[in-house]
Design a binder for this molecule. Structure first.
Ligand code: IPE
Ligand code: MG
Length: 229
């Protein structure tokens, strides 16, 4: 979800106004994803690198996310959405916010609709290091380690690989997002700033995704010169 600061700057507003405006897009995209039949939606809200922002902006984001989580918890639950928070969850997260995350996960944990993963205090590298630690603690011998075993030690191992990553604002970077899970993701970089991104933009991305030919390193069955038996 990128471009909040630029959205505000375009309007000569403080960056925080862009974050406030982002709330409407978040709700719009959640509804659009449900309407499109998406079963797993992940929103990258705050990275392990975002702590380096000015403390005023970080504090603002912590309060904003808390307000948004509390305000929309009943709606998310009523929609049958299962909510999860993917992140380091270190002591830098204010305790009341950590409690709200835990409460929302408990409230919606048994829901069987779309799973909404909010990546907060998230870093793909950090997840991989944590998985390695977990493997060592479990005493997994080197010979027993393969991709499946490794993936089972990542947080929320039931999360499927990412099919599509949409990064708004035109920036073309991964920025440490679910590094293991995006190995074969399709990527889209719509130029629209996140606060301007709407259900229609989301639907366009889904439509484009459906036209993509995903071969996972193989050869499409209909490809010319297919040499497979
Ligand atoms: C994304 O918008 C929101 C967060 C990372 C929290 P930015 O704040 O990165 O907006 P730009 O990139 O400065 O426009
Ligand atoms: Mg940015």
């Amino acid at each position: 979800m990128d471009g909040n600061g630029r959205w505000a700057a375009q309007r000569s507003l403080p960056r925080t106004s862009g974050h406030t405006a982002a709330e409407a897009t978040v709700i719009d995209v959640i509804e659009a994803a449900r309407a499109a039949g998406v079963e797993w939606l992940s929103l990258y809200a705050f990275s392990t690198e975002n702590w380096s922002r000015p403390s005023g902006e970080v504090d603002f984001l912590m309060h904003l996310v808390r307000r948004v989580v509390r305000k929309h918890a009943p709606l998310l639950h009523a929609r049958g959405i299962r909510c999860r928070f993917l992140g380091v969850s270190d002591a830098r997260i204010p305790a009341p916010l950590a409690q709200d995350f835990a409460d929302l996960m408990t409230l919606t944990g048994a829901n069987r609709g779309m799973t909404l993963t909010v990546a907060f205090d998230h870093g793909g590298r950090s997840d991989i290091v944590e998985a390695a630690r977990s493997l060592i603690r479990a005493g997994v011998p080197a010979e027993a380690l393969d991709e499946q075993v490794f993936a089972a030690h990542l947080p929320f191992p039931d999360t499927p690989d990412v099919d599509l990553v949409i990064r708004t604002s035109g920036e073309q970077r991964i920025s440490n997002f679910m590094l293991w899970q995006v190995a074969y993701a399709e990527w889209m970089f719509p130029p629209v700033l996140w606060p301007d991104f709407r259900a229609t933009h989301f639907a366009e991305c889904v439509h484009t995704y459906q036209q993509r030919d995903r071969r996972f390193g193989g050869v499409a069955p209909h490809a010319n010169g297919d040499l497979r038996p």
